[in-house]
Design a protein. Sequence first.
Length: 250
Amino acid sequence: MRKLLIIGIGAGDPDQMTVQAIAALNRADVIFLPDKGQEKAALRHLREAICARFIEKPRRSVTMETPRRAEAGDDYRGVVDDWHARIAASYAALFRLELAEGQTGALLVWGDPALYDSTLRIVERVRAGGLALDWEVIPGISSVQALAARHRIPLNRIGEPVLITTGRKLAEGLPQAPDGVVVMLDGEQAFAKIAPEGLEIFWGAYLGTPDEILIAGPLATVSDEIVRVRAAARERHGWIMDIYLLRRCD
């Protein structure tokens, strides 16, 4: 049977690689490296740098071209489901071709594979499609943890819960509870469209990379700055990965 190691590699800093993740990289026969085109070439280069730094003996690497997702429109779940189906079909064909029976492949996943990443769902689809496949998950440091560390704050106040959600959900309205809300995948800057009174924000982009940007303060004061800085950074790099914590002021 073919086997996959689905390895969380942290939020962007190679120093965030765990001992377990490094050991897993060195168990793999084949390293599969996603390619999302020239726009996100920096992400591929960071994965390659991690492999070059931590793999002790040469391993064969295979590039995986990732199909583009269509615009979500009004049918977000339907568009994502179609996108995942196309990725799964591509992965299945590649695993059959590049990973022999009895061999182990490695997939390097940003952050932690269990948090707002679809690799595990896609691999489930691959197996459901008829390819005999087993896998192991190696957790990684998520951007949620990295955000709190870089701002030098705890995510939660004493005894209080934290909600992790998306920009799409935040756009529907800020939850009345809990006290803190971590927002991921916010391509539309939903924080700038909610009432800012009584809220503070801790925002970060490109966490763990040389291009890291951090801004924090009362939402009413720094919201416009974040929108401006974010737009400039996205224009400069061609892509952006950011995350933020919103919470009510003391």
